[in-house]
Design a binder for this molecule. Structure first.
Ligand SMILES: [Zn+2]
Length: 449
């Protein structure tokens, strides 16, 4: 691939939207950002009246859950899980899981997501399902981090469960298979303190160290988990994990809604990162993560959509808006958590959370970027692009999406897998699925899912 030069009305560089800059891309990587005057004009492609910005980074998702979108809405958690996820995910084979991932990733590309971390837990006794997710990412053209789940909670569906030894062996097999692939990264993911045993958690941590990888884990998503771990282990969830010796800078916590001040201080001290999923936390009634408190202690926070049946959108631009608005109402302060901060969370910090050179237009970073049409009504008036993008933005403004220097979405059309084909495949897989009637009382107990 020869060197490409792009210019646009505005280019997001060094934390600002700037004019008269050129992005130089070679072999899927940004090689430099320079003033227009430094490059021969005939070489430069002017993308027109658009803003060129880094692609957004979705640090947490469960792609197969897109297939059950709408099946658990407005239900208590257990109905959401049992009548949506558990009911339908158990019948999915590798081909269906491929379709679910194609669906989720295709929709994400349209929303300007260029990298997604898929936290995947339907292993079904091997790696074929995980490979199906990876294949879908490849076919759609999105960058993927596969957080391969380590799950052994005995009450969960059998298809999710493995022994620590099986999980370890299969994880290492996948790592070996995709080593050196610039578009795919594999990392271990012990499900949560309640759905992975001590041995399972320690095994995942050990293989993370062995493969020089970070690891992802749901921690303190709901109040129930804090109460349960406290009752069983005599400690709050992060302090319990600290006792297991796994709280390090390789840890990525998903949610962290109910962390105490001492747990937040421990996160900061160890360099633990957070994947924050505001819409999902609201959708499931989980609570509000004290983001401002974490930022005050310099904790790195990226954004995630979570699965599409607990959101139900798949847009990180949307999560930026939600994150900002939720902290404002939580702190009763309209100046809390600015558009600039949440924009950084959805881009560059997402890259830091996933440990990849993405989310920033800078030499050495991957050429993953998005152009926004500045003629869009929702972008008017053009006063401050950060504010427009976070607060008034519409996905209609997304014009082109590039991943690894390749254009994968343009003017409403996914260029890799036709949208109509994805729709037909989703219809086929979900044919005959019907939402179940609600069960009356809300139940307590262990979650999972
Ligand atoms: Zn999750």
């Amino acid at each position: 691939m020869k060197t490409q030069y792009y210019t646009a009305e505005f280019l997001f560089y060094e934390g600002k939207f700037q004019k008269n800059l050129v992005l130089e891309v070679s072999e899927g990587t940004i090689t430099q950002v320079v003033p227009v005057s430094k490059v021969k004009s005939q070489k430069v492609r002017d993308l027109g009246n658009v803003a060129l910005l880094p692609g957004t980074v979705n640090t947490h998702n469960h792609s197969f859950q897109s297939l059950v979108r709408g099946f658990g809405d407005d239900m208590n958690f257990f109905d959401w899980r049992d009548k949506g996820i558990y009911k339908y995910s158990l019948n999915l084979n590798s081909k269906d899981i491929y379709v679910g991932a194609l669906f989720a990733f295709g929709e994400m590309l349209k929303q300007g997501v260029t990298t997604v971390c898929d936290f995947f837990y339907i292993q079904d006794g091997g790696n074929d399902n995980a490979r199906a997710v990876i294949q879908a990412a490849k076919d759609v053209g999105i960058r993927l981090v596969l957080a391969r789940c380590f799950y052994d909670w005995a009450k969960a569906p059998k298809k999710y469960q493995e022994t620590p030894e099986e999980a370890r062996k299969r994880y290492l097999e996948l790592v070996k298979e995709y080593k050196g692939n610039p578009m795919v990264t594999i990392c271990p993911a012990p499900h949560s303190p309640h759905a992975a045993s001590e041995t399972m958690i320690k095994t995942a941590f050990e293989v993370a160290q062995e493969t020089h990888s970070s690891f992802h884990m749901h921690v303190s998503e709901g109040k129930y988990e804090v109460e349960m771990i406290q009752k069983e282990k005599g400690l709050t969830p992060l302090l319990y994990l600290e006792k297991l010796g796994i709280v390090t800078d390789k840890m990525v916590v998903i949610h962290g809604v109910w962390f105490t001040d001492s747990e937040i201080a421990l996160m900061a001290e160890r360099g633990v990162k957070l994947s924050y999923n505001p819409s999902s936390n609201m959708f499931l009634g989980d609570g509000i993560t004290p983001i401002q408190k974490m930022l005050d202690q310099h904790i790195t926070i990226g954004l995630g959509t979570d699965g599409a049946c607990s959101n139900n959108k798949t847009s990180i631009f949307e999560e930026m808006r939600m994150a900002a608005l939720l902290q404002k109402v939580y702190l009763l302060d309209s100046s809390a958590l600015s558009a600039e901060r949440v924009f950084q969370m959805g881009t560059h910090n997402g890259g830091k959370v996933l440990g990849l050179p993405i989310g920033k237009l800078e030499a050495g970073h991957r050429a993953d970027f998005v152009t926004l049409d500045l003629n869009c009504l929702e972008m008017q008036p053009l006063q401050n692009l950060h504010k427009n993008v976070v607060y008034s933005f519409s996905p209609r403004a997304i014009q082109d999406v590039y991943v690894q220097g390749k254009k994968v979405f343009s003017k409403g059309e996914i260029l890799t897998v036709p949208e109509e084909e994805i729709i037909q495949r989703v219809k086929k897989v979900t044919q005959g699925w019907r939402p179940s009637p609600l069960s009356p009382p809300s139940r307590g107990g262990v979650r999972g899912g």
